[in-house]
Design a protein around this ligand. Structure first.
Ligand code: NAD
Length: 476
């Protein structure tokens, strides 16, 4: 597929192009234009016109357009899923799952279009004030820059564009250079569904070039970004005075309590699924597992047995469970991190081998020292760390010993222990008897510490993407 930018509804091609490759075997999937500062500028200009049009659409018209977009994607699910598999390398099962979630995210956004609400302000609650009547409204911001990562190009872009349009904003989307083709198709669907072409723009190219130009544009009132913490920090230092939502990385921790013996097999299976889905390239992948000493060896036996059943290989095949990572560079880094942990005294329980440039066996590593990158950093690959702890307190301390704080999980029958964990773990979301990888699209989602700022989930994103305007009448 020859990709293009969408600026003011026009397809824009460029001489200089970037190739997109299938992560599994490196074959060419398509090309995208290498956009530059001028393209970002033109897209923002178009979006300003788009904003004037979207903000005049009624709530019902925005609802209808988003709902229609959801239906179109649902009808074309197979086509979207196949492209996702080719661009991201995720298995076809995972790709179908992402399409289903994107349909849901757009539907939830459509519903939110009807609920962009303010409330009455009691001016007479201040001493000496009477005869004033008023309220506040939630008004759209204007042009919103949406910058998205490679791993869920469809659903994570819907999480930005859906609420932005529901609230009456216009968008300029800068998708990942690895996975832009899916996003171009999404933008076309939104226009086909009824949004003004100027309101949904896509610029493609490298982050440091066209992405940076979008971030620095003073007419862009907000940047909603999902990606790595390194990029998030650069964006915030470059963008100046505007609003930011930052959905960044993590190295999610989960604790298996001593009372889990009876359901250990089920818990181990859930944890392995949470660690190896999308070859570990999920921001809430299970990365660090803390197991109570009493169950440590039994847990390792169970998790190893399940992991051995996972089929690694071609993501286009229905039977494949674990596909490749995004590119060779990512695989090189993941292998280095495993080696570094082993040099520091960790032991490989299973996996640990590289099967091709981008395929890595699902890997479990035990007794990983706290100073190893596998414990401290975000591995973003099919690797799970399993460490032993002797108490709930030690588990809480271990989960918190991270620069990140997106989601965490605990498996326990102890109600008080679960509440203590929920209370003391520094994260945006706590899952009890569930893995930290659990997310449904309507829930508030986002992190603390280096995992980010602000929340997504259409209801919460609409709040982030609107401003409060207060209106007061003097009735005296
Ligand atoms: P990345 O940070 O490399 O890139 C993300 C996007 O930012 C891309 O579109 C890229 O082109 C753009 N970009 C890069 N430099 C830029 C710059 N200077 N200015 C403007 N834009 C720039 O991330 P990635 O490798 O695509 O995705 C993986 C990361 O995303 C992981 O850290 C993962 O945890 C995180 N992530 C977080 C969530 C969440 O909801 N918290 C969800 C998915 C992924």
């Amino acid at each position: 597929m020859k990709g293009y930018m969408l600026i003011g509804g026009k397809r824009v091609f460029k001489k200089e192009e970037i190739e997109i490759h299938f992560p599994y075997d490196g074959s060419l999937v398509g090309t995208i234009p290498r956009g530059d500062e001028k393209d970002a500028q033109l897209a923002v200009e178009a979006a300003k016109i788009g904003f004037e049009k979207v903000k005049r659409m009624t709530a019902y018209e925005r609802f209808r357009a988003l709902e229609r977009a959801a239906r179109i994607i649902s009808r074309r699910a197979q086509e979207f899923a196949e492209l996702l598999t080719l661009e991201v390398g995720k298995t076809i099962k995972e790709a179908m799952g992402e399409v289903g979630r994107a349909v849901n995210t757009l539907t939830l956004s459509a519903e939110e279009a009807k609920r962009v609400l303010g409330e009455e302000v009691r001016f007479d609650a201040a001493p000496g004030i009477s005869g004033k009547l008023g309220f506040y409204r939630r008004v759209p911001l204007g042009v919103i820059g949406c910058i998205t990562p490679f791993n869920f190009p469809l659903n994570l872009t819907c999480h930005k564009v859906g609420p932005a349009l529901a609230a009456g904003n216009a968008v300029v989307i800068k998708p990942s250079e690895n996975t832009s083709l899916t996003v171009i198709k999404l933008a076309e669907v939104l226009i086909e569904a009824g949004f003004p072409p100027e309101a949904v723009n896509v610029i493609t190219g490298y982050g440091e070039e066209v992405g940076d130009a979008l971030v620095r544009n003073p007419e862009v009132r907000m940047i909603t970004f999902t990606g790595s913490v390194e990029t998030g920090k650069i964006i915030m230092s470059r963008g100046g005075l505007k609003k930011y939502v930052m959905e960044l990385g993590s190295n999610a921790g989960v604790y298996v309590d001593r009372d889990q013996k009876e359901r250990l097999k089920e818990v181990a299976e859930k944890i392995a699924r949470g660690g190896f889905a999308l070859a570990g390239q999920v921001c809430i992948s299970v990365q660090r597992v803390f197991v109570h000493t009493e169950l440590f060896n039994d847990f390792l036996k169970e998790v190893r047995a399940f992991t051995k059943t996972l089929k690694v290989g071609d993501p286009r095949e229905e039977t494949t469970d674990v596909g490749p990572v995004i590119d060779k560079g990512a695989a090189d880094r993941i292998m280095e991190w495993i080696e570094e942990a082993v040099c520091r005294g960790a032991e490989i329980v299973c996996g640990g081998k590289r099967l091709s440039d981008t395929l890595i066996e699902p890997t479990i590593v035990k007794n990983v020292p706290r100073n190893a990158k596998l414990f401290r950093g975000e591995v973003f690959g099919p690797v799970i760390v399993v460490n032993e702890v002797s108490s709930l307190e030690e588990a809480i301390e271990g989960v918190n010993d991270s620069p990140y704080g997106l989601q965490a999980g605990i498996f326990t029958n102890d109600l008080k222990g679960a509440l203590k964990f929920a209370d003391e773990v520094e994260c945006g979301g706590i899952m009890v008897n569930e893995i930290p990888t659990f997310r449904v699209d309507q829930m508030p989602y986002g992190g603390v510490k280096e995992s980010g700022i602000g929340r997504e989930g259409p209801k919460f994103a609409v709040e982030e993407m609107t401003e409060i305007k207060t209106i007061c009448f003097d009735m005296n």
